[in-house]
Design a protein around this ligand. Sequence first.
Ligand SMILES: Cc1cc2nc3c(=O)[nH]c(=O)nc-3n(C[C@H](O)[C@H](O)[C@H](O)COP(=O)(O)OP(=O)(O)OC[C@H]3O[C@@H](n4cnc5c(N)ncnc54)[C@H](O)[C@@H]3O)c2cc1C
Length: 446
Amino acid sequence: MKIALHWFRCDLRLSDNTALQASQAASDAVIPVFIFDPVILKAPDCGAPIVAFMLKCLESLEKNIEAAGGRLIFRHGEVETEMRELLRVTGAKALYFNRDYEPYARKRDGAVEKLAQSMGVEVHHFKDSVIHEPDEVLKGDGNPYGVFTPYSRVWRSKPQPNVLPVAKFRRPAELKEPESLPLPSLKELGFSTDIALPPAGEKAGRERLKEFAANAVLQYADQRNFPGIEGSSRLSPHLRLGTLSPRTVMAAVERAGEEHPTSKKQTDIYVNELIWREFYRQILWHFPHVAESCFKPQYNDLQWENDERLFAAWCEGRTGFPIVDAGMRQLNTTGWMHNRVRMIVATFLTKDLLISWQWGERYFMQKLIDADLASNNGGWQWSASTGTDAQPYFRIFNPISQAEKFDPEGRYIRHYVPEADTLAYPAPIVDHAQQRIKALALFKQT
Ligand SMILES: Cc1cc2nc3c(=O)[nH]c(=O)nc-3n(C[C@H](O)[C@H](O)[C@H](O)COP(=O)(O)OP(=O)(O)OC[C@H]3O[C@@H](n4cnc5c(N)ncnc54)[C@H](O)[C@@H]3O)c2cc1C
C-alpha cells in the first residue's frame, strides 16, 4: 500500500488544491497533517487576529476532511522533529505540499525535503498559492521585474492553470495513523483577541466569492476606492490562508466578466489586484532583502524621527486626522482595513509623522487577519517610496483631500470616529504642510 502525507500549510481547503490532488492520484491513502510551527507563532510579527482566523479555518478543515472520509492530524513542535516522527510512524513513502515563497518557509521546506529524502521518502511540491510563480514571469533577458506594469502584461499573456476538483480520502484498515493533538485554543497558543472575526473556512470563502462575483465585482473599478462602500471582495484572509485558491477566484471573476460584457473593464481591474498580490510575491522571492531593508537601498539611511508618542497616537487612532483615525480604528477592531485607507495611513506614518515604514509594517502584521509578509511589505514600501513604486518620493497624500475625495459624505469616518465633528476630538498632532516640507528634505538628503 502506498501511503503519502499531505502537509497543509497556507492551503486550508479540499477543493482546487494542487498538491492534495496529486497526492491522492498517486497513492492508496493520504494522511493529511498540520504542524503548528513555534518559529512562526513566536515571531514578533505574528498577531492574534490572523492566528484566531487560522484556528477557525482549521476547525472547518478538520470537519470537511472528516466528511470526506479522512482524519486531519495536528502536531505542535519543531517542524523537522515532528515531520521525522510522522514519516516514521506512518511509513509514508511520499510527502506532498504546496510551495511557499517566504524566506523562512523556503529554508524550513528545504530542510524538511532533505530530511524526508534521507529517510527514503519522495518529496513532491507544487505551485498552488499563485497563478504564475516568481520564475515564470521574467523579462526577456531572464531577470525579474521591479516595476508592476510590464510585469502584469507578461503575467496576463501566460496560460492559466485549470481549477481542480474536491479531494476525497480513503482510510484502509491497515493504515497506521499517527496520534493527533486536539485542535488547540487561541489561549493555548499564547494569544488573545476580542475582534469579531469574519466567517472562516472554505465554505465561507466560497460564499463570499459567489456573492462578490454576482454583485460588487461588476462595479469594482468604480467603487473599490471608497471605504464607505462595500466595493472590494474582502477575500484577502481567504487568499492568505488558502481557504480559496487564486485560480478559483480568477475563474469566477472572469466568468462574471463574460456573462456581463459591459462590466469587463471592472472585472479586468479586479484581476489587476490579483496580479499585485503575485507581483509582491515575486519581489520577495527575487529580492529577499526587502524583508529586512529597503527595496531601493539608497533609502536605508533615511533619518526617520521615530517619535514614540506620535507612533502611539497613530496606532490608537487619535492623530486628529479623521480618515487616518478611522482606518486605524477599523484595523484595531476588525483586523482588516480598506486598501485606499491602508495607503493613506501608511503614507501618513512615514511622510507626516516621519516614522520608519518598518514600525508600521510590524504593527499591521500584528493586527491584520490577512497579514502577509509579501503584500504588506510591498504595500508599506510602496507608500514610503522606498519600494517598487515608479512614482518618486514627492508623492505625498494630503489626508484631508484624500478624505474629501474618497469619503465625500463622511460615511466611513462617522462609522469609526463618531466624535470627529465634536469638541471631544483631538486637534491634529502635526501640521501637514510643515511635515510635507520636512519629508521632502529628509528624502533629498539621501
Ligand atoms: C500598507 C499596505 C499594507 C498591506 N498589507 C497587506 C497584507 O498584509 N495582506 C494582504 O493580503 N494585502 C495587503 N495589502 C494590500 C491590500 O490592501 C489588501 O489586499 C486589500 O485591501 C484586501 O481587501 P480585499 O480582499 O477586499 O481586496 P480586493 O480589492 O477585493 O482585491 C482582491 C485581492 O487582491 C489582492 N490585493 C489587492 N490589492 C493588493 C495590493 N495592493 N497588494 C497585494 N495584493 C493585493 C488581495 O489578495 C485581495 O484579496 C496592503 C496594502 C497596503 C497599502
